[in-house]
Design a protein around this ligand. Structure first.
Ligand code: PHE
Length: 450
C-alpha cells in the first residue's frame, strides 16, 4: 500500500463483519457488567438509574465509541500511530501513547481478577468451594491472601497470549465467536434459575424498582464513569480493534450493536445476581464482596448449587477473558507497528512483562504486600485501579473527543456520517462529552463535591 507523507505503516489484518461486532461486545462485556453495574443500579434508584445510564451511554458513550472505531479504521494502526497517520503530527502520537500505557497497566490488575474467576470456576464445579456452614468471605480472604492468585494470573496471561499470538481472525475473532454466544446461553440459563427461586421478586425489586429520590448529582457521575469503563473507552482498545475493520462495514451500525449488547448483558446480569442474593437473605454488595463472598453462600444452599455456581463463575471467566485480550491487543499492536515485532514475539514479551508488573497487585489483596499503602488506604492493587480508571481513562477519553472534534477534519467521512447526524455527533464530541468528562474527572480526584 502507498503511504501518504508522514504516515507510518500499520496493520494488514482484518476482522469479518460479525467477527468485529462480537469482538467489540466481548471487550465491552466484562467484569464491569457482571459485578459493578447491577450493584450501582440497585444503590442509585433502580430503574431510575438504569434510565440515566442509558442516557449517558447515548450522549457520551456511543459518540466516543464511534470516534475511537473511526480513528482506528482511518489511521489503520495502533492507538498512538493512528493519531499520527491522521494528522501527520508527531505530538498526537505521544498523547496516544498514554492510552497504550493505560491499557498495559489495566491489564496488569485485570488479569489478577480474571485469575480469581478461573480458580472459583474450578472450585465450584469440583464442589471444593462449598462446605456446610462455611464463611465465604474468610474463604475468599484466605485464597486472595496466599500465592495461588499469582499462579492463576499466570494462567490468564498464558491463555490470552496464546489467543493473541494466533492473530486477529484466527485468535481474537475465533475466540469471541465461540464465547460470546455461549455466554448469552449460560446467562439465560442462570436468569431462569434465579428468577424461579422463592423470593426472587425482592431481588428484582431492589434492582429495578424506580426510585427517583435516590438519584443524586453523584449518580450522574457514577453512571457516566461506568458508561465509559463498560464500553472499554479511553484506553485505545476500540481504536486498536477499529484498525482491523473493513472499509465497507458501517461503523454507525457497529456502535449501536455494541452499545445495545453491553446494555442487554448488564441488564440480564442484574436479573441473575439479585434474585439469587435476596432469595437466600444475603446482603448485596459490590465487586469482590458480591461475586466471591455473597454468591457462593447462595449457591451452597441451592439444589445443584455446585453446577449453577460453576456456570456463574464460568460466565465471569468468559467476561474477563474476552475483555482481557482486547486490552492486551493495545500494547501488542503498538509493538508490532512501532518496533516491527512479529505477533508471536509481541505476545510472549508483552504478556511476560505485564505478568511481572501485575504480581505486586496480585499479592496486595490481603497477601504479603497488603501492608504497603501507596496513598492513604490504597494498596498497590487499589492504587493501580484508581489511577487507571479514574485518571488515565478519562484523560484518554478527553483526548479522543478533542482529537475527533477539533484536530482531525475528516472524521465524518470515515464514520460515514453527514448532515444532522454529523452535526449532532460533533456537538456531543466538541462540547457535551468534554465538559462531562472533566466533571467526572474532578469529582473522582476529589476536587469537586456534592
Ligand atoms: N469493559 C470492560 C468491563 O466492563 C472492561 C474493560 C475496560 C475492557 C477497558 C477493556 C478495556 O469490564
Amino acid at each position: 500500500t502507498q503511504l501518504a507523507a508522514g504516515q507510518q505503516k500499520g496493520t494488514a489484518e482484518r476482522f469479518t463483519r460479525a467477527g468485529f461486532i462480537l469482538a467489540a461486545i466481548g471487550s465491552s462485556v466484562g467484569l464491569g457488567n457482571m459485578w459493578k453495574f447491577p450493584y450501582i443500579t440497585g444503590q442509585n434508584g433502580g430503574a431510575a438509574f438504569f434510565l440515566l445510564f442509558i442516557i449517558c451511554l447515548i450522549v457520551v458513550g456511543l459518540p466516543i465509541l464511534l470516534a475511537e472505531m473511526t480513528i482506528g479504521r482511518g489511521g489503520r494502526a495502533n492507538a498512538a500511530t493512528s493519531l499520527i497517520n491522521l494528522t501527520g503530527k508527531k505530538y498526537w502520537g505521544w498523547l496516544g501513547f498514554l492510552t497504550v500505557g493505560t491499557a498495559f497497566l489495566i491489564m496488569s490488575y485485570y488479569a489478577v481478577v480474571a485469575g480469581w474467576t478461573l480458580h472459583y470456576t474450578l472450585e465450584s464445579f469440583t464442589g471444593a468451594l462449598f462446605q456446610e456452614g462455611a464463611d465465604y468471605s474468610n474463604k475468599f480472604k484466605a485464597f486472595a491472601g496466599g500465592y495461588m492468585p499469582v499462579f492463576w494470573q499466570a494462567v490468564v496471561m498464558v491463555l490470552s497470549g496464546w489467543v493473541l499470538a494466533r492473530g486477529v481472525s484466527g485468535g481474537i475473532e475465533k475466540l469471541n465467536k465461540i464465547l460470546i454466544p455461549g455466554f448469552l446461553i449460560i446467562l439465560l440459563v442462570l436468569m431462569v434459575r434465579s428468577l424461579t427461586l422463592p423470593g426472587a421478586g425482592k431481588g428484582v425489586e431492589f434492582f429495578l424498582k424506580p426510585d427517583f429520590s435516590l438519584l443524586t448529582p453523584e449518580s450522574v457521575l457514577i453512571a457516566l464513569g461506568h458508561a465509559f469503563f463498560s464500553l472499554s473507552l479511553g484506553m485505545g482498545c476500540m481504536i486498536t480493534y477499529g484498525s482491523y475493520v473493513e472499509k465497507q462495514q458501517s461503523l454507525g451500525a457497529a456502535t449501536l450493536a455494541v452499545g445495545f449488547g453491553d446494555l442487554v448483558y448488564a441488564f440480564i446480569a442484574g436479573l441473575v445476581i439479585f434474585p439469587t442474593v435476596f432469595s437466600y437473605g444475603l446482603a448485596p454488595g459490590e465487586g469482590v464482596g458480591l461475586a466471591f463472598m455473597a454468591l457462593p453462600a447462595a449457591f451452597s444452599q441451592m439444589p445443584f448449587g455446585a453446577f449453577f455456581g460453576g456456570l456463574f463463575f464460568l460466565l465471569l471467566s468468559i467476561a474477563a477473558l474476552t475483555s482481557a485480550i482486547s486490552i492486551m491487543e493495545v500494547p501488542m499492536a503498538y509493538a508490532m507497528d512501532k518496533w516491527r515485532w512479529s505477533r508471536t514475539k509481541a505476545a510472549v514479551v508483552i504478556t511476560a512483562l505485564c505478568f511481572v508488573i501485575g504480581v505486586p497487585s496480585a499479592l496486595s489483596v490481603g497477601g504479603v504486600l497488603s501492608h504497603i499503602e501507596i496513598t492513604k488506604d490504597k494498596t498497590i492493587f487499589d492504587f493501580v485501579e484508581f489511577v487507571t480508571s479514574y485518571i488515565m481513562m478519562p484523560l484518554g477519553g478527553l483526548l479522543v473527543t478533542l482529537f475527533t472534534g477539533y484536530a482531525w477534519k475528516r472524521a465524518g467521512e470515515e464514520a460515514g456520517l453527514s448532515g444532522p447526524w454529523y452535526k449532532t455527533w460533533m456537538f456531543l464530541l466538541r462540547v457535551v462529552a468534554p465538559i462531562l468528562i472533566i466533571l467526572v474527572f474532578l469529582y473522582s480526584v476529589g476536587l469537586i463535591k456534592f
